[in-house]
Design a protein around this ligand. Sequence first.
Ligand code: ATR
Length: 273
Amino acid sequence: MDRYVVFGNPIAHSKSPVLHSLFAEQTGQAMQYDTLLAPLDDFTGCATAFFTQGRGANVTVPFKEQAYRFAHQLSARALRAGAVNTLSKLADGRVLGDNTDGAGLVRDLTVNAGFSLKGKRILILGAGGAVRGALEPILAQGPASVTIANRTVEKAEQLAELFSDLGPVAASGFDWLREPVDLIINATSASLAGEVPPIASSLIEPGNTLCYDMMYGKEPTPFCAWATEHRAGQVMDGLGMLAEQAAEAFYLWRGVRPDTAPALVQLRRLLAL
Ligand code: ATR
């Protein structure tokens, strides 16, 4: 049976095995998908050993940059992202590195939520790896503007510079902004500390602005709760992005695109337990 894994450390709580098992069942693909706890000091050795037999892998924290270096060949979007979340063994035995995170986010917004990014004013909070992975697919949708706001402004400036050839992207501090936008994406890890990035509530246009948190949890994240309190038009957490990046990886490996809707229902149910 074709073998797939998700590499991470820690990895026990990963939802990827559930998602890919559901996709395999739904599409009738014979495959096995497990978690693989890679040692912090030897991702490369672990991945090399796996790929003597394995067909493909997902990669999560903290190995996405190491997976980028491990891959023999990179997709254009992985190159731009500077990180790899999906590895796929090619016919000649070499390993392709791809990044499906940004495509997953855009698909969750445009297909699942029916929110077109074209001509929209977009604010992204954070300037880490998650933002770097999302910028190319977002800019490809033709937004009116993308502002990257970060606690450490220099990091936002570096990202804006790196992607300026792809569209209208600018950097900012959190407290410099007042004018409403159409979409706010929270890609900071502030939620982990129970915090919301300190941005003005006037950035939300009540009944219009879509607020999206890349994080998710059993309860609404602090950012989602803040957005609801300020009457955002729509509030979403990152569970859909998780399902969509997985579906995109599954498509790369198997050439079949699974339906994420039933998987999302199941994930939401599991999360509530
Ligand atoms: P990821 O790969 O998830 O993007 P990362 O690269 O570690 O993770 O980036 C985390 C992001 O969350 C950064 O933008 C970080 O801001 P700094 O660049 O100033 O460190 C942001 N972040 C983390 N904790 C935060 C908090 N409490 N408030 C606001 N931003 C926070």
